[in-house]
Design a protein around this ligand. Structure first.
Ligand SMILES: [Zn+2]
Ligand SMILES: [Zn+2]
Length: 483
């Protein structure tokens, strides 16, 4: 079997089928998915479809990146089902051919890995790098592998970049050596923290290790972007309530290292007088999974921290636990310890300043999904012209209560565990997990299971597709878990 032909064939798959397969544009992704499946060494077609249908490539990296602008990672699952037979045929033929040329494939894999290592080294050292550098590194690796037929061609480069999601970016800031050294210091502190945390959790167990963080929310969140005709200078858009885009409240969820989202959710509402009138009190939305508090700014102060520790955190902990928090000025060890009763021991691990975005579970993964979930509900309400004012205080509370309940589903235990893994605070990579946003909003169900109106979201517990009335307005709190 001609090896060149194998490679050609390999890349002709996305070209011949990819157009139909990948929902948006970038056909080469299917090649990537197949390649991942191959490296798993399982029955190729089964794995491919597993990965595609579950929204995963590689191990636990979702194809669907909720924050990525590029829709190219999104795959149309409906289409796949229809096309299954023809793909199976192609994949089978291709798998057989690659089997025949295994050694060349192995070499290519090693070349690709070595090149990527070089690239990451350059990135970490903040060295500017271009296409030619990547090709140069690849050729050097090929020489080491004695792989003379490898030319680091532009098409190889293109695939390499797609596979590793490498794009050309405008440099946003030029930094000097000393900035880089600062960053190195932060990274070193982060690594030291990861090690310390791992030691502590080995002693007291992941189920006794918690991470909490506050996140500011607007009454109505919008991404601040819209489609418009290119070149328009003035881009003004309608939001349901103009005040709502700036006035905020704070949520403070807590997750354990064993993947449990604890209840209740602590939430601080903005209330200028810090107290609600009797009428508001009466009509204020409440739910067992929300612990509400108020402040003038909607932000948390020392009083709120104490309340959180005493009423929300401590009741959930055993005699010995560990709390990972970021280096927010109110979160001083003394402030936290003061609120903890004597019979409980809580070790406070404070993330080094500047390293929050690198190693805090809520930051690296949890909040992204939380906010993306909210955005999907908001978009649904606008798109279908549903008469729910999400910027109203009560609806805001309702939305937070629902999302908190939804994310508590056992379906997402691995999702939260993954946050710890991604933050480098545990070396244990969780098994496959569902992406909450994908599960809730990207299903194929159209009609509400109760009234047959259009589905707003699929419940992460009972799996029922539900409309705005049955999911949101009637507050679908669920504990009927169906796997
Ligand atoms: Zn319904
Ligand atoms: Zn349900």
């Amino acid at each position: 079997m001609d090896r060149r032909r194998i490679m050609n064939d390999k890349f002709s798959i996305p070209q011949s089928l990819g157009r139909h397969l990948i929902h948006s544009a970038n056909t080469a992704h299917f090649g990537y998915i197949i390649e991942q499946a191959m490296s798993f060494g399982q029955t190729i077609v089964e794995t491919v479809f597993d990965l595609v249908e579950n929204g995963f490539v590689g191990e636990t990296e979702p194809i669907f990146d909720p924050e990525a602008d590029n829709e190219v990672y999104r795959v149309d699952p409906e289409f796949h089902r229809d096309q299954r037979d023809s793909i199976e045929l192609h994949s089978y033929r291709w798998a057989k051919q690659v089997d025949a040329g295994g050694t060349f494939k192995d070499k290519l894999k090693r070349i690709s890995e070595a090149t990527f290592d070089k690239f990451m080294l350059a990135k970490r050292s903040q060295i500017i790098c271009h296409d030619l550098d990547v090709r140069r590194w690849a050729l050097a690796a090929a020489r080491r592998e004695r792989c003379n037929q490898f030319k680091a061609s532009p098409s190889w480069l293109r695939n390499f970049k797609i596979r590793h999601r490498i794009v050309s970016r405008k440099i946003t800031k030029f930094v000097s050596r000393s900035d880089v050294q600062d960053r190195e210091a932060i990274e070193n502190a982060a690594i030291a923290f990861q090690l310390e945390n791992t030691t502590v959790t080995e002693e007291i167990g992941l189920e006794n290790t918690f991470n909490t963080d506050q996140s500011g929310c607007n009454y109505e969140t919008h991404c601040g972007r819209t489609l418009d005709i290119a070149g328009e200078r003035k881009v003004e858009r309608v939001v349901k309530s103009k005040n709502a885009t700036t006035h905020s409240f704070t949520i403070m969820p807590t997750m354990s290292g064993s993947g449990v989202l604890t209840t209740p959710l602590y939430i601080v509402m903005r209330e200028p007088k810090c107290v609600f009138g009797p009428q508001v009190q009466q009509t204020l939305f409440s739910s067992p999974n929300l612990k509400k508090s108020y402040s003038e700014s909607g932000k948390m102060g020392k009083k709120h921290l104490e309340e959180f520790i005493t009423d929300v955190f401590v009741p959930k902990t055993g005699p010995k636990s560990c709390l990972v928090v970021d280096s927010w000025s109110t979160f001083t060890e003394a402030n936290i310890q003061a609120a903890i009763p004597v019979e409980k021991k809580v070790k406070i691990l404070q993330i080094p300043p500047g390293a929050t975005g690198l190693i805090q579970p809520w930051d690296v993964w949890g909040f992204r999904i939380w906010k993306n979930y909210i955005k999907h509900i908001e978009d649904f309400v606008l798109l279908h012209d549903i008469s729910i004012q999400l910027s109203q205080r009560n609806n805001c509370l309702k939305l937070q209560a629902i999302i908190h309940d939804q994310l508590r589903s056992p379906r997402y235990v691995n999702f939260f565990k993954y946050s710890w893994f991604k933050a480098g605070l545990t070396g244990i990579r969780p098994d496959h997990f569902s992406n909450p946003v994908r599960f809730a909003f990207h299903g194929t169900e159209v009609d509400c299971a109760i009234c047959s109106h259009i589905t707003m979201a699929k419940c992460s517990w009972c799996k029922l597709p539900l409309c705005a009335t049955h999911f949101f307005e009637n507050v679908h709190m669920c504990n009927n878990y169906i796997e």
